[in-house]
Design a protein around this ligand. Structure first.
Ligand code: NAD
Ligand code: IPM
Ligand code: MN
Length: 356
């Protein structure tokens, strides 16, 4: 089967890490690359951060692989590059994001004895909150946004988190600001009700400010972190501290249409074009694509195994090494054949003991 994969390279380091990801994907499955313009590159070429042609390509593909969009060039224009990603999520009906992060045995800003047990999955609502609420706008004296959360949005993302917890350590920590915001009081009430459908999963609530502290003070006590749109965005960068770099984290955006896979990080303008971006987040997004998009969990585990093995030999500068993006990617490609050929149980055992 030849999969149809829409590929949105985007801006800054987006094209660099996407190239690495495509090479790894090509070593795993047969696929037809269907390139599309998105973000700043699309504004420059077409005047829109998500041209209709790109949307059509995504809608008719089995999955979408993206880099990152945005950069200083498009910060003050009439339309921002980031709107391309937001519109894509909306048009593809992608309402939930899975963002795993754990300690990988790499240098981290945390004390090693604290970081060692960190292994979380941030389950983020992509459809609600302050991102899409209307009305919004700018007046002569200020600017305003509206925070909206519906029961339906909250129920479906909460169920996603509880289901994910069932195949992990069976614990959900729901994050809100229910002490201040009505939308978060609804969130807490709905999540509590959904929790009753999952009596085998432990549920706890945290205010986001307290959570921001506790995540770093006791990372090992968390499993699935359920958060609305903005809090999930913030906390999914915070948990990169467990792994050691924002460049290491992958994500899957799932919902009603073709799923989207991309690293959590952005376009990193200050290192763009230098060939030193860490491609691990993009390559592990390929593993998530294989798993959640193409139904190939064994190959997904092999990609994770090859990344793990490559990290023992080569590292990009953000995690203390001096490898280039291309050198690290070559190391992953060297490791991949042996891992792909290894018995499934052996690969799973090695990957579950992740660490380099
Ligand atoms: P960023 O994630 O681009 O960068 C934050 C820091 O991490 C920078 O120091 C950067 O150099 C470093 N970094 C990020 N990815 C790295 C990698 N793969 N390897 C090595 N170092 C890496 O966040 P930002 O600076 O806040 O945002 C820059 C632009 O990216 C903005 O326009 C923002 O809106 C956009 N953005 C896009 C996406 C996306 O398209 N999915 C996600 C986040 C941010
Ligand atoms: C992310 C990004 C996006 C978000 C931006 C680029 C719209 O930060 O995917 O984490 O805020 O959701
Ligand atoms: Mn983000």
């Amino acid at each position: 089967m030849t999969w149809r994969i829409a590929v949105l390279r985007g801006d800054g380091i987006g094209p660099e890490v996407t190239e690495a990801a495509l090479r790894v994907l090509g070593a795993c499955v047969a696929f037809q690359e269907r390139p599309g313009l998105a973000g700043g590159a699309a504004i420059d070429a077409e005047g829109s951060p998500l041209p209709n042609e790109t949307l059509g390509t995504c809608l008719s593909s089995d999955a979408v692989l993206a880099g990152a969009v945005g950069g200083p060039k498009w910060e003050n224009g009439p339309v921002r590059a980031e709107q391309g990603i937001l519109r894509l999520r909306r048009k593809l009906g992608l309402w939930g994001s899975l963002r795993p992060a754990k300690y990988l045995g790499l240098p981290t800003p945390l004390r090693e004895d604290l970081a060692r047990d960190a292994d979380v999955l941030v389950v983020r609502d992509l459809s609600g909150g302050v991102y899409f609420g209307e009305p919004r706008g700018t007046t002569e004296v200020g600017a305003f946004n509206t925070w909206r959360q519906s029961e339906e949005q909250t129920i479906r993302i909460a169920r996603t988190a509880f289901r994910a917890a069932r195949s992990r350590r069976k614990k959900v920590t729901s994050v809100d600001k229910a002490d201040v915001l009505e939308a978060c009081r609804l969130w807490r009430r709905v999540v509590t009700n959904v929790g009753k459908e999952f009596p085998d999963v432990q549920l706890e609530h945290r205010h986001v400010d307290a959570m921001a502290f506790e995540l770093l003070a006791s990372p090992g006590r968390f499993d699935v972190i359920l958060a609305e749109n903005l809090f999930g965005d913030i906390l999914s960068d915070e948990v990169a501290a467990f792994a050691g770099s924002i460049g290491l984290l992958p994500s899957a955006s799932l919902g009603d249409g073709p799923p989207l896979f991309q690293p959590v990080h952005g376009s990193a303008p200050s290192i763009a074009g230098k060939g030193i971006a860490n491609p691990v987040g993009a390559i592990l997004s390929v593993a998530m694509l294989l798993d959640h998009g193409l139904g190939e969990p064994a190959i997904a585990r092999a990609v994770e195994g090859a990344v793990q093995a490559a990290l023992r030999e080569e590292r990009t500068p953000d995690i203390g090494g001096n490898a280039t993006t291309a050198e690290f990617t070559a190391a992953v490609l060297r490791k991949l054949p042996a891992v792909l050929a290894a018995p499934k149980a052996q690969v799973e055992a090695e990957v579950s003991a992740w660490g380099v």
